[in-house]
Write a protein that binds this ligand. Structure first.
Ligand code: UDP
Length: 474
């Protein structure tokens, strides 16, 4: 088939959350390094936070300036998400989602009307699968519609087959169905407790999130291509089954392999440097604790984790975001906790996670099971202690603990106790089980490494994707 040799020009729209912006930036870099021209669009709020978090940066700074200096054609612009910069998006979830659902699309439309005839003209739309407007915009501006899925394909598959979950009364089941789900193509079996929390009745989610899910996962069925931040070998059966419906490309893990030299700032918060502190600790002795950028933890759980850390005797770095507890409370750590763990524990509001978990003194990661954190931890061969809190994290936990055996559950129910926290931390950090987890995760790391090598699955899939896009641009 004939291939168009003009450089493809793609406009990228990440979902305005930390865990989506990061892989989108890496996708932009990877595409640009293969000759794509990229226009990258952040919300003004995301841009404001990124520039604010950078030392010596101003709000006019273009986050891709460094990438352009190294020869990549990445253009950068911002649009409003409909809220003023001072609006607390973390504490006003529903309003924020409502804005993303309703206010965002006209802004995207306006931007495309302005940019579509750039030089060279924009040919591809690459938007986050959670956006509900992608096919509408792609059709209007005659663009190739590429959906970028930043989570495991298992999660995409469950959303994709929402109709089957509804038909079998497993979606938000009021009857509290506990029987195994074994009818989703490409998913041998999954327990209702491992569904994405938005699909479970126990998660009292708002109607706006349901509206997004209903629309977004119908819209993705109209995409020309779906690229996913996962690895073929990690989810081969599930990927193969979904490929029968649509062209799906597993191209992950998407992070720069020489990540410490990352030239594009992506962090929404200032990063505390932990490396000096880490260097004073013995090899593999430190537990890293983080619940990502978005999830909230109850004050009671924070207390149980704090006492668990105290009792465990293990050294730790704990990322305690100022908004980690979803209330106005600021003093949620137990009184005297920081003094009692002085020297053994380091509490920071945010850090450069990859620098921390790739440090040889880190031997375990107590995580909320965000997908980026899981991929990063596998990459650094650090076993996981899983404490899922919402959305895909419950399904991701299943992959880590039940399927790949590279992690442990923090607790069997959703409530935790300090004794169990201490016991699980110690089991993760040393002993026979810890050795086994370490061995398994090293093997999984090799799978990731191989996938990115020349002729590895992700590299092949990425090249195939680019080829297929070029054929379609003809
Ligand atoms: N992260 C970081 N510093 C921190 C905590 C998290 O750089 O202190 C990064 C982490 O490396 C990951 C992203 O933020 O790339 C979080 O994404 P993830 O999918 O793990 O969780 P989410 O925030 O989306 O729930």
């Amino acid at each position: 088939m004939e291939i168009n040799h003009q450089k493809p020009h793609a406009i990228l729209f990440p979902y305005p959350l930390q865990g989506h912006v990061i892989p989108f930036v890496h996708l932009a870099m990877k595409l640009a390094s293969k000759g794509f021209i990229i226009t990258f669009v952040n919300t003004q709020s995301v841009h404001h936070n990124i520039t604010k978090s950078q030392p010596n940066s101003t709000k006019e700074d273009d986050i891709f300036a460094g990438a352009r200096k190294s020869g990549l054609d990445i253009r950068y612009t911002t649009i409003s998400d409909g809220f003023p910069l001072g609006f607390d998006r973390s504490l006003n979830h529903d309003q924020f989602w409502e804005g993303v659902l309703l206010v965002f699309p006209p802004h995207v439309d306006e931007l495309l009307a302005k940019l579509v005839h750039s030089d060279p003209p924009i040919t591809c739309l690459i938007s986050d699968t959670f956006f509900v407007w992608s096919s509408m915009i792609a059709n209007k501006y005659n663009l190739i519609n590429i959906s970028f899925w930043t989570e495991p394909v298992l999660v995409l598959t469950l959303y994709y087959h929402l109709d089957l979950l509804i038909k079998n009364s497993h979606f938000a089941s009021r009857d509290n169905r506990k029987d195994t789900i074994d009818y989703i193509p490409g998913v041998r079996a999954i327990e209702p407790k491992d569904l994405i929390s938005y699909l479970q009745a126990t998660d009292n989610i708002s109607t706006v999130v349901h509206r997004i899910i209903n629309k977004a996962f119908e819209d993705v069925k109209r995409a020309d291509f779906v690229v996913c931040n996962t690895v073929q070998e990690l989810e081969s059966e599930t990927i193969l089954a979904l490929q029968e419906k649509q062209p799906i490309y597993a191209i992950g893990p998407l992070f720069p392999v020489g990540f410490t030299n990352n030239t594009v700032p992506t962090s929404l918060w200032s990063e505390s440097d932990c490396t000096q502190w880490l260097s004073t600790k013995p090899h593999g002795s430190v537990l890293y604790v983080s619940f990502g950028s978005y999830a909230h933890v109850t004050k009671q759980d924070i207390e149980e984790i704090a006492f668990g850390l105290l009792v465990s005797g293990v050294s730790f770095i704990w990322v305690v975001r100022p908004d980690i507890v979803s209330s106005d409370e600021t003093d949620f750590l137990p009184v005297g906790f920081e003094d009692e763990t002085k020297g053994r524990g380091l509490i920071v509001p945010w850090c450069r996670q990859m620098d921390v978990i790739s440090h040889p003194t880190v031997g375990g990661f107590l995580t909320h099971c965000g997908w980026n954190s899981i991929l990063e931890s596998i990459w650094c061969s650090v076993p996981l202690l899983c404490f899922p809190l919402l959305t895909d994290q419950f399904t991701n936990r299943k992959l880590v603990v039940d399927d790949w055996r590279v992690g442990l559950n923090l607790c069997d129910m959703r409530s935790i106790t300090r004794e169990e926290v201490a016991r699980k931390i110690n089991r993760l950090m040393s002993g026979k089980l810890a050795d086994e987890l370490r061995k398994n995760i090293k093997e999984l790391k090799k799978v990731l490494e191989n996938s990115l090598a020349t002729h590895g699955s992700s590299e092949n899939n990425f090249n195939q994707f680019i080829n297929d896009v070029k054929i379609k641009i003809r």
